[in-house]
Structures are given as structure tokens and as C-alpha cells.
Design a protein. Structure first.
Length: 83
């Protein structure tokens, strides 16, 4: 399986890491006549997912962590209710 990691940096920018080569596209609905953009090959760093993830615990959507709440806030979704 080809994994992709978005590595958010302290300054708010991000880096894209993938196990294998991928085509990466951005789709921006704010630009209806120019909404699809293909990123250059050098935008993605290949073979670096394991080193980017390190040995940190991997959270998941719905685990109610602070990061989970931030992701929901970022995408404009409501976090799932606790069981």
C-alpha cells in the first residue's frame, strides 16, 4: 500500500511525503475556472513516510484527541460525539 503523509510545520505550511511516486493535485473551489492544479514532481518527497511518522502514537479520526479536534475544525466538520 502506498502511504501519504502530510507533515504540517510550525509556520502553517506543509510537506507531502509518499512511499512511492504519486501524482498530486490540488482542487480549489474558490477558483471555478482554474480549480485543478497538478503539483510539480519535486513537491512530494518519496520514501520518507516512516522517518516522518517516527515512533509517535498514531491517532485516528474520532479518538477525541486535541489533534482530532483540530482536524475537524480545519475541515469545518463537527467532531463525532463521544460514546
Amino acid at each position: 500500500m502506498n502511504r501519504i503523509a502530510l507533515h504540517w510545520l510550525a509556520d502553517g505550511t506543509f510537506r507531502v511525503h509518499a512511499d512511492e511516486p504519486i501524482d498530486l493535485f490540488s482542487v480549489d473551489e474558490r477558483c471555478p475556472h482554474d480549480r485543478v492544479f497538478k503539483h510539480a514532481d519535486g513537491f512530494v518527497t518519496y520514501g520518507s513516510v516512516d522517518s516522518t511518522l517516527g515512533s509517535d502514537r498514531i491517532g485516528f479520526t474520532g479518538d477525541q484527541s486535541g489533534a482530532d479536534a483540530e482536524v475537524h475544525l480545519f475541515v469545518g466538520a463537527k467532531p463525532p460525539k463521544r460514546h
